[in-house]
Design a protein around this ligand. Structure first.
Ligand code: PBG
Length: 333
């Protein structure tokens, strides 16, 4: 007897999940090495690769090893590498002068990469925290993180990075007006092709802990960053920050951290349509790797799923410590 109309589902959504070929055919999003930016920690010395204990698999590398890493990334199809210097205590001062020293670690690493691997884009961080004795992203006067004096220093830092050959400048400091000030200075000094990826919506997050270990800032940091980084309770404010930074001349914007803020990624992309990136930060990486090391989740599947969610949320790409492993895995198909 023929089943009645109601006896079977009119729409069988499972039909398009039957085989991997059909699943690939109807996939709404894809992840490729071209979506990834790889954050790398730079330290002094030569031939040095030093593990970061709170980030299993992540290394601090001397400049020669960073160049090798950049070459490997380029071969894997990763378009950009992002440099973070590990600064020793003697280079952390109240005036933060090391931040705009043309010979600082970040600038030397940039020149070495641009000379050896011209095809990869170099991104750098603009903020005073690697160079300040307080561990804050700005100058501290009478307990206050002062905005405008900090912006003047950030402009000097950004210009020294542009002189070294950086392609993308990433202000991560959350001071007001810094994108406009940096853009104006870049134009005035002939660096009109240097891009700005603003850390526009950067939250005061518990997930930065392992990063602060990696760059040697944990012991330096006094207090918290809540007077300049965003309150995790807010979402409209993120849109106001992104709108402001785009108006001031940012070419690309970032939401940070990543996985706890996918709603912000989605709203940002839909509201502005500008190139939008997420930073899957150190604590997100550490959290996944801790579960992997305990045998609680599968490394490869968790890694790719955690990256795909950014594409689904509307991001153009993602900064991730998984970048080289993920790119290798994607290359295997
Ligand atoms: C510094 C900076 C931080 C990160 C990137 N740039 C830390 C902070 O704001 O304290 C965090 C990255 C990560 O956790 O992976 N301005």
């Amino acid at each position: 007897m023929r089943p009645t109309q109601a006896a079977f589902p009119a729409t069988r959504l499972r039909r398009t999940r039957q085989t991997s070929a059909i699943r690939a055919l109807v996939a709404e999003n894809t992840l490729s090495p071209a979506d990834l930016i790889w954050p790398v920690f730079v330290r002094d010395g030569e031939g040095v690769e030093e593990p970061v204990p709170s980030m299993p698999g992540v290394l601090r590398r001397s400049i020669d090893r960073v160049v090798e890493a950049a070459r490997e990334a380029a071969d894997l199809g990763i378009p950009a590498i992002c440099l973070f210097p590990y600064t020793s205590a003697e280079n952390r001062t109240a005036d933060c002068a090391e931040a705009w020293n043309p010979e600082n670690l970040s600038n030397r690493a940039t020149r070495a990469i641009k000379a050896a691997v011209p095809g990869i884009a170099v991104m750098t961080d603009v903020a005073l925290d690697p160079y300040s004795d307080t561990g804050h992203d700005g100058f501290v006067v009478d307990g206050e993180i002062v905005n405008d004096a900090t912006v003047e220093a950030l402009v000097k830092q950004a210009l020294s990075q542009a002189e070294a050959g950086v392609d993308i400048i990433g202000p991560s400091d959350m001071m007001d007006g810094r994108v406009g000030a940096i853009r104006t200075a870049l134009e005035a000094h002939g660096h009109h092709n240097v891009m700005i990826m603003s850390y526009a919506a950067k939250y005061a997050s518990a997930f930065y802990g392992p990063f602060r270990d990696a760059v040697g800032a944990s012991s330096a940091l006094k207090g918290d960053k809540k007077t300049y980084q965003m309150n995790p309770a807010n979402s409209d404010e993120a849109l106001r920050l992104i709108e402001r930074d785009l108006r001031e001349g940012a070419d690309m914007v970032m939401v940070k951290p990543g996985m706890p803020y996918l709603d912000i990624c989605r709203r940002a992309r839909e509201t502005f349509g500008a190139p939008t990136f997420a930073y899957q930060v150190s604590g997100e990486y550490a959290m996944i790797m801790a579960a992997v090391q305990n045998g609680w989740i599968d490394h490869e599947r968790a890694m790719l799923e955690s990256l795909m969610c950014f594409k689904r949320a509307g991001c153009d790409g993602v900064l991730s410590y998984f970048a080289p492993d993920a790119a290798r895995l994607l290359a295997r198909g």
